[in-house]
Design a protein around this ligand. Structure first.
Ligand code: TRP
Length: 331
């Protein structure tokens, strides 16, 4: 019996952070025994908002950093297929064919489009940005994935993928499965500034590759209960990002309960709560740091992984396109 397939991935715009970890990375690691894992480093997707030469010049380095992030969280390079999207250009052909099966108003309703336009001050989306979810559908359906572990913000893209698969099958016969999204326990992690979402572009992230001092410094600046001006003033735990992080990352649950009780009673200062959080986060990140250090020393490792990944996916991609063309009656 073949194992069910996972396909998911990331845009190489910068290193991965704690939000990625709880939103999707933890699921990828957890499911890599029971599933065949495909991870795409989505460089074409990066072009949808950053097509300048300067940005493109950085993708290679960013892609390498992301692969090291994957390895550091425990993704097994012997089993996972990790590849760069543009190394398998069949995905572009599939995107073109899929683009006939989805309307412009449907894509205009995808919530991430408005969000990206707002965040990046884009008044008119390019055709490429509008069809971002179609390219993602092509990534997913190219390998016939069953499951797509993603953060909460990506759910709408998996929905578009399911609609495209359904539509294709209705029109041309059953070629694709409808993949399921798998959203992490913390679909969207708050930023260290208290803003709704941890994100590289908002500058409010703790990276998996941050060293212990950087993590401590970031935690000490974290946004906390703004109404609490002194340690003897009772503070709010709910909605306080420092406690959200304690709940999510501190493995010492007794310590967390004790800090919460004392915080509510006005019996602990923010400094102690933050110092304990910094220590907990560093405990959480230390095993990743150790694995990263080991992999970093192996110089050609990342290039070898990406080459093997592309070599593994290409025949799968070609076969999918052969089936697609045959189903459609294209010669
Ligand atoms: N759009 C995803 C993100 O920004 C990255 C991505 C590209 C992806 N292709 C994918 C995720 C396919 C899941 C499946 O996080």
């Amino acid at each position: 019996m073949n194992k069910p397939r996972i396909l998911t991935g990331d845009r190489p715009t910068g290193p991965l952070h704690l939000g990625h970890y709880v939103g999707t990375l933890v699921n990828r690691v957890r499911l890599q025994d029971s599933h065949e894992l495909f991870l795409v480093v989505a460089d074409y997707h990066t072009l949808t908002t950053q097509p300048t030469r300067e940005k493109v010049a950085r993708t290679h380095e960013n892609a390498r950093a992301i692969v090291l992030d994957y390895l550091s969280v425990g993704i097994d390079p012997e089993r996972a297929t990790i590849y760069v999207q543009s190394d398998v250009p069949e995905v572009a052909e599939l995107t073109l064919l899929f683009s006939m099966l989805v309307t412009v108003p449907r894509l205009e309703r995808v919530p991430t489009l408005k969000e990206v336009m707002r965040e990046q001050n884009i008044t008119h989306p390019s055709l490429g940005l509008l069809s971002y979810p179609v390219l993602q559908a092509a990534d997913i359906l190219l390998v016939h994935a069953d499951l797509v572990p993603v953060g909460g913000d990506q759910e709408s893209h998996v929905e578009v993928t399911r609609e495209i698969a359904r539509r294709f099958n209705q029109m041309y016969g059953a070629v694709f499965k409808e993949p399921q999204a798998l959203i992490g326990d913390v679909p969207i992690l708050v930023g260290i500034d208290g803003k709704l979402k941890m994100s590289k572009s908002l500058g409010n992230a703790i990276y998996l590759s941050d060293d212990a001092e950087t993590v401590s410094a970031k935690v000490m600046q974290m946004y906390t209960d703004p109404a609490r001006i002194r340690a003897d003033v009772p503070g709010a735990v709910e909605g306080n990002p420092v406690f959200t992080f304690h709940d999510t990352f501190n493995d010492d649950k007794t310590e967390v309960q004790d800090l919460k009780a004392r915080y509510r009673a006005g019996k602990v200062g923010d400094v102690e709560v933050k110092q304990k959080l910094a220590r907990a986060l560093n405990r959480f990140l230390d095993p990743m740091r150790a694995r990263r250090a080991e992999y970093e020393d192996r110089t050609s490792l990342v290039d070898d992984i990406l080459e093997a990944g592309a070599n593994h996916v290409r025949p799968i991609a070609r076969e999918t396109l052969r089936m697609v063309r045959a189903a459609m009656g294209l010669c």
